[in-house]
Each structure stands twice: as C-alpha cells, then as structure tokens.
Design a protein around this ligand. Structure first.
Ligand SMILES: [Zn+2]
Length: 357
C-alpha cells in the first residue's frame, strides 16, 4: 500500500511542486493497477483523491507560487486529477462487472438439461371405483352418509335382524375389541340404522361407503379389510319395481347403456325379499369365459326390500313405509373391470401394482 507522503513543511517552488504532482500521478497509477479488490480500490482512492488526499494537499500548495507559475501548475494538477478520477472510475466499473460475472457463473443454469420428473400421486384403484360409484348415485339423488367403523354388537347385528345366536352371525367371523359389545363393523349396514334414526320419519336416499373388517383367512379372494358401498331408500309406496329399475339404471351408468342385468333370489337377514344382481359378462359379452366361469354373468351386488323389523328399529312404521337396500364391493368391481386376480394386491402398497392405475 502506498503511504501518504508527509506534507512539506517549507514553502515549495514551482519545480518542487511539479515534481510532487508528477510523483503523485506515477504512484497513484501504479496503485490503481496493483489493487486487487473493491476494498483496496476504495482505500487507494481515499489516499490520492479523497478530501484530505495527497492531490488536494498538493493543490493547496499552489499559493506558494507566483501567479504565472501557479496557473501552469494548477492546470497540470487538474489534468492529473481528471486522469486519476477517470482511471479509478474505470477500475471500479471493471470490478463491479467482474463480480457480477462471477455471480452469474456461480448461479449458472443449464437450460438444455432435461427436467427432473415430478413424482405424481394418484388415487388408489379401489378409491377410483368408489368415487365413480358415489358419483353415479349422487346423480340419481342419493346423498353420501358416512358412519363409524367401530360399532356396537347391537348396531352391527342385533338391530339388523340378527339377534344373538341367529344363524346369520355364523356368516362372518368378527374382530371384537376387549369389550365384547364393541367390534369393527363387518359391513356398512349399521349405517342404515344410524341414517334411519336420524331422519325418521323423513324419506331417505343415501349411499354409505366405507371400510369393513372380517376376521377371515387372507386368500386371493378374501381380505380382512375391504370397502363396501351400501345404499338405502326409504319412503312411502317404494316397491320392488323401484329397486329393480334403480339398480338397472345404476348398472347401465357403470357398465354401459347396453348392459343386460338379471336378478336372482337370495337371502339376507335384513331384507325380504332379497336378490342378487348380475350383469352380463363384459369380458365375453355373455358367451362364457374364465372371468364369468363360463356362465356369461357376473355377480355385482346384493339387494332387497328392507325387512320390516329393520324399518321398525330405524323408527319407521312398516305399515306406512317401505324401502330397499343394496350393497356392493368396489374392490370386487375393480377386479372384474381390470381382471385383477388377487384381492391381496389392494392393501399390499406395492407401487408396481398401484402405478398401473
Ligand atoms: Zn365372461
């Protein structure tokens, strides 16, 4: 770093002042060439060009000279000052540009690189079918009614016309809690009682989707947890013809306008009469194939007129009110639709399976 030269104590003559000015120019030009960074440049600027800097102190000594010499020395000093200001300014600009360049390089973005793929989530295949089913029923005027997965024995069985020791209770092995009166629901039907008790005596049109649990051996065809969508319509003068017409309309919306349906007599404790609905096999068109086991028909849901005892338990007088109910399994429908052969894939969380949908 260039040191300030001490102020001359004695009066200067013209030659001495001119030498000093030339000396300042040389040292200041060397300093600006040697300077490494913005801080160094700032301090050198102060040394030579600052208010108390060397060049100003030289200018103050012009008073020592006689008038003609003073003018010449003054002109020379101002030339040097202009030259140094220009050079120091240029260096300042150069450094600023250099810093910007370095910063740009550091933050360089290669726009020719291929982008990183975004990981996209998707809706589980069972939920896709569930939403499709709910959408169709919603269009037909059915509200979604959610009810709890942990139920009492009374709601899951008793009020649905399955008193203790009723043979229908053998149909399901159940997950009981430590309290033998509290269990994981084996079907969505207890929601029927909840909905009826909340709405009676108003008419009802609801669908009840949700997870159900059965203590079963896990095989390619049965799981311990699965979704159900139950439906319930209660009102005055509802007949079996309404059941058939509504369920057929639903099947046409889900499987296509041309699909044929048939009803087969069945038995459920909470409906009377009861029927299972089949649709014409959409794989073979009814000719017979392994999916429909050669029958040409696929079973898609169970249904029936709500049993008078169940209507009563829900708060409706069976002499005045009637209704129908139905239930289906979104996983089973998904399996039929995509020809999935093993129900265990649904809850295994294997992305190789889930990412296909
Ligand atoms: Zn078939």
């Amino acid at each position: 770093m260039t040191k300030r030269s001490p102020p001359p104590a004695k009066k200067l003559n013209a030659a001495e002042l001119m030498d000093w000015i030339e000396d300042i120019e040389q040292r200041a030009m060397k300093a600006v060439a040697d300077v490494q960074d913005a801080d160094g440049l700032a301090s050198q600027t102060a040394v030579f060009l600052g208010r108390g800097g060397e060049l100003n102190r030289a200018l103050e000594r012009l008073v020592d000279l006689a008038k003609p010499e003073r003018a010449e020395a003054g002109r020379r000093a101002n030339q040097v000052k202009a030259k140094l200001e220009s050079e120091y300014g240029r260096r300042r600009e150069e450094m600023r540009a250099g810093m910007m360049q370095a910063q740009l390089q550091q933050e360089a973005l290669d726009v020719t690189l291929p982008g990183r793929p975004l990981v996209r989530g998707r809706i589980h295949p069972a939920n896709q079918t569930l939403r499709q089913i709910i959408r169709i029923w919603a269009e037909m005027g059915f509200q979604v009614y959610r009810s709890r997965e942990v139920e009492t024995d009374e709601l899951n069985f008793g009020l649905l016309n399955m008193p203790p020791h009723h043979p229908a209770r053998d149909m399901w092995d159940t997950f009981y809690t430590t309290n033998p009166q509290v269990l994981l629901r084996t079907h969505t039907s207890p929601g029927q009682i909840h909905a009826m008790r909340q709405r009676a005596p108003q008419p009802i049109r609801v669908v009840l989707p949700g997870m159900c649990y059965r203590y079963e051996q896990v095989t390619a065809r049965s799981e311990i947890q699965f979704n159900q969508v139950e439906g319930l319509a209660v009102g005055r003068r509802i007949t079996f013809a309404d059941l058939k017409g509504t369920l057929t309309a639903f099947a046409r919306r889900l499987f296509g306008a041309q699909v044929a349906t048939r009803f087969r007599a069945a038995h459920f404790p909470f409906t009377e009469p009861s029927a299972e609905m089949d649709v014409e096999c959409f794989v073979c068109g009814g000719v017979g194939c392994p999916v429909c086991k050669g029958t040409g028909w696929l079973e898609v849901l169970g249904s029936g007129m709500v049993h008078p005892t169940v209507l009563n338990n829900g708060g409706y007088d069976p002499a005045l009110f009637s209704g129908y109910a139905f239930g289906m399994g979104p996983e089973r429908l998904t399996m039929l639709k995509h020809r999935i052969e093993d129900i265990r894939y649904f809850w295994k969380n294997d992305l190789r399976f889930l990412e296909q949908f």
